[in-house]
Design a protein around this ligand. Structure first.
Ligand SMILES: [Zn+2]
Ligand SMILES: [Zn+2]
Length: 347
């Protein structure tokens, strides 16, 4: 089958023939119809992610059609339209059985622990637990564009922060996942404040439901500016970028008892930022929580929000490209790539 592969970190992706994936007994083979291109793929390509070894095929945001079914798989058949979270879990441990599959100790991360979906086909193990049926009304490219960004933002705000109508939500960083958070926050009925250094991203955030914005480059003290606009601080604040500066801006912009959710993956020198424990965590009693991915079991709730017309993830998909253009799209992430989501929809 055809796949976009890199032989060494930071070497150009090359589309060539690679061996077909084997169908797991408890899994399926999915013919990939669409796959999102994400900054996490860029991290994998640069060698920043220790789970990834070269040669490697990236791609973790896929949707497609079941082509082959292992003999132990019960819930799916050839022809089913499906997607899956990027964290594939074991489905049998206490975390999985308790609904917390994203912290499963036996997880397999598509496009990181193994080869991903920048390819014509991909194997999905433990399909009965991990695979998600796609609603008929949902386009493959829209479904691929949703994961991991819309799904991650949904879990961060709904399941982790438990954002309430009328609360202030501050979103630091308006790339794909940040814009998803803006859209979901507005759908919940929160008052959304978007923060970025780029005016184009802020403009898009406003069109997706942000009622206020801060240009972090112009604002000086972003924490203070956030507290001023929100009348004392945001109830919920997310760092959708994963760098020390946005993390600090986020926790400093919270009101007393506010909840910070870390969405962006803090890599390298951003992995261990300082935390004002006395001033913020002890005295102002803020909470700092993490989020990563979404369990397959939460997709139906998200699909219902989309079916009800409360959010339109398709608005985030701004570029559709072919597999041959995947390498160019990844290399473009060396710089600022603008807002919106790129999806491969031709293989
Ligand atoms: Zn598990
Ligand atoms: Zn992603």
């Amino acid at each position: 089958m055809r796949a976009a592969i890199f032989e060494k970190f930071k070497a150009p992706l090359e589309v060539r023939q690679v061996p077909e994936p084997a169908c797991p007994a408890d899994g399926v083979i999915v013919r990939v119809k669409a796959c999102g291109v994400c900054r996490s793929d860029w991290h994998a390509w640069t060698g920043a992610d220790s789970d990834v070894s070269a040669p490697h095929v990236p791609g973790h945001e896929f949707a497609g059609v079941v082509e082959d079914v292992g003999k132990e798989c019960r819930r799916f058949k050839a022809g089913d339209r499906v997607t899956a979270p990027f964290i594939l879990a074991c489905g049998a441990c206490p975390d999985c059985l308790g609904g917390d599959a994203t912290v499963c100790n036996h997880q397999f991360v598509v496009g990181f622990s193994g080869w991903g979906a920048f390819a014509e086909r991909i194997a999905v193990p433990r399909a009965d637990f991990n695979l998600v049926p796609l609603p008929d009304a949902m386009d493959f490219a829209d479904a691929a564009g949703m994961g991991c960004r819309v799904t991650t933002a949904f879990r961060a705000l709904v399941d982790r922060a438990r954002l309430q109508p009328g609360e202030w939500l501050a979103v630091h960083g308006c790339g794909g996942v940040g814009l998803s958070a803006v859209m979901i926050g507005a759908a919940i009925g929160a008052q959304v404040l978007a923060i970025d250094v780029n005016e184009e991203a802020l403009h898009l955030a406003k069109s997706l439901g942000a009622g206020a914005s801060i240009n972090a480059r112009a604002a000086g003290d972003v924490g203070q500016a956030t507290r001023d606009i929100t009348g004392g601080g945001a109830h919920v604040s997310v760092d959708a970028l994963g760098i020390t500066e946005t993390f600090h801006n986020s926790i400093r912009g919270l009101r007393k008892l506010g909840r910070h959710v870390q969405i962006g993956m803090p890599l390298g020198r951003h992995a261990e930022p300082s935390v004002p424990l006395l001033e913020l965590v002890y005295s102002r009693q803020i909470s700092i929580m993490g989020t990563r991915g979404i369990p397959a079991s939460r997709f139906p709730a998200l699909f219902q929000v989309i079916a009800a017309g409360r959010i339109a993830p398709s608005r985030l998909v701004t570029h559709r490209i072919s597999l041959d253009e995947a390498g160019t799209a990844i290399e473009a992430m060396n710089g600022y790539t603008g807002s919106g989501i790129t999806v491969i929809d031709r293989f």
